[in-house]
Design a protein around this ligand. Structure first.
Ligand code: HEC
Ligand SMILES: [Cu+2]
Length: 348
């Protein structure tokens, strides 16, 4: 067997070389200055060592020196800052065409579900050459999804969806860890990521076909929990029409305007009184402890699909107040753009 020193895990995603390059730069800068300081100490210790008859000479201040040792480190740290920010933005912004996967962490396992309804435990299959976005939530405590070969790592919280994305480049099997101490069997909360060629991945998806897609299962839950009693498309409904809600701005009772993303819909179901839709009464009961995390993801998938199936203008929302574009907060610009691309069009 060949001896190899595995300092770094394999680079199996598109971002991995970028993260490693930045890291290498940090190591080189740190090494350079550590050596410089150590060598100077040594050099000066010898050069100025105490000798009989020699008097110490005191130096007070040097503007030139101070400028030099301020400007050079400032320049270096700005390089680190800008470079780091560029990589960070890349990691934080999943491309719009990313394939969706949903992940639920719990003590002590990972559960993944694909929009088609395929499920896995402690195992994740992804294709090469395609961005994959994993929307994550925890069922209990804080976990953290870490895939070293992809150089991605993201906290998984019990109360809020977070996401992580990557584009795998090398077929193979890689480690998947929980990297946030989460109880007795934390160290056993591990799994495998299998990266496959696109064709193989397609046939893997085919073979894993479940009883129904996430959206179809979400629709069943929607009936089962009686959401339909209030959320109907007709104008006499007691709750807002949810068709075309996903990714669009919603005006609240207190006149704030927010975008209906995964977290908003999740909160609307678990804590309906947190944000009341303008023009409606706070009569929706909470479904806290009734719907599981998987169930919530399925209902969200269903609400998302309600807009997509239509293929016709989505302007039949029964939200009573018109919302102007300028009122949508800036950070949500991206989402708005996405929803604009659909053949939806606002009410004139
Ligand atoms: C008793 C009637 C009632 C039931 C049952 C009900 N809702 Fe609601 N829902 C409402 C009302 C009224 C509102 C608007 C007021 C508010 O924001 O609380 C609302 C708001 C919402 C919103 C935010 C809508 C928007 O336009 O921003 C979502 C999402 C939602 N409900 C989902 C559900 C789901 C999923 C279920 C079933 C698990 C459900 N609701 C069951 C009455 C109901
Ligand atoms: Cu964990």
């Amino acid at each position: 067997m060949q001896f190899k020193l595995p300092l770094f895990p394999e680079q199996a995603s598109k971002i991995a070389p970028q993260v490693d390059a930045l890291y290498l730069f940090l190591v080189l800068v740190t090494t350079f200055f550590s050596l410089l300081v150590a060598l100077l100490i040594l050099f000066f210790a010898i050069k100025y060592k105490k000798a009989p008859g020699r008097k110490a000479e005191q130096i007070h201040g040097s503007t030139l020196l101070e400028i030099i040792w301020t400007v050079i480190p400032l320049g270096i740290s700005m390089v680190i800052f800008l470079w780091g920010a560029a990589v960070y933005f890349h990691i934080e912004r999943p491309p719009a065409n990313a394939m969706q996967v949903y992940g639920v962490g719990k003590q002590w396992m990972w559960k993944f579900e694909y929009p088609g309804g395929q499920r896995e435990i402690n195992s994740l299959h992804v294709p090469t050459g395609r961005p994959v976005k994993i929307t994550l939530i925890s069922q209990d405590v804080i976990h953290d999804l870490f895939i070293p070969a992809f150089r991605v790592k993201n906290d998984v919280l019990p109360s809020r969806y977070t996401s992580v994305w990557f584009e795998a480049t090398q077929p193979g099997t890689y480690h998947l860890f929980c990297s946030q101490y989460c109880g007795t069997k934390h160290s056993g909360m591990i799994g495998e990521v299998t990266v496959m060629k696109p064709e193989e991945f397609e046939s893997w998806l085919e073979s894993g076909k479940a009883e129904g897609s996430m959206a179809a299962n979400g629709e069943k839950l929607f009936q089962q929990f009686g959401c339909t009693t209030c959320h109907r498309p007709d104008s006499g409904a007691r709750g807002p029409n949810l068709e075309g809600l996903y990714g669009r701005p919603v005006r609240l009772q207190d006149d704030r305007v927010i975008v209906a993303d995964d977290n908003y819909i999740r909160e609307s179901i678990l804590n309906p009184n947190a944000k009341i839709v303008s023009g409606f009464q706070p009569i929706m009961p909470t479904f806290q402890g009734v719907v599981s995390e998987e169930g919530l993801l399925q209902i969200i998938a269903y609400i998302k699909s309600m807009g997509e199936q239509q293929g016709q203008p989505l302007n039949n929302r029964s939200t009573p107040t018109q919302i102007r574009d300028s009122e949508v907060p800036n950070i949500q610009q991206q989402m708005k753009q996405n929803s604009k691309q659909k053949p939806s069009g606002k009410q004139p």
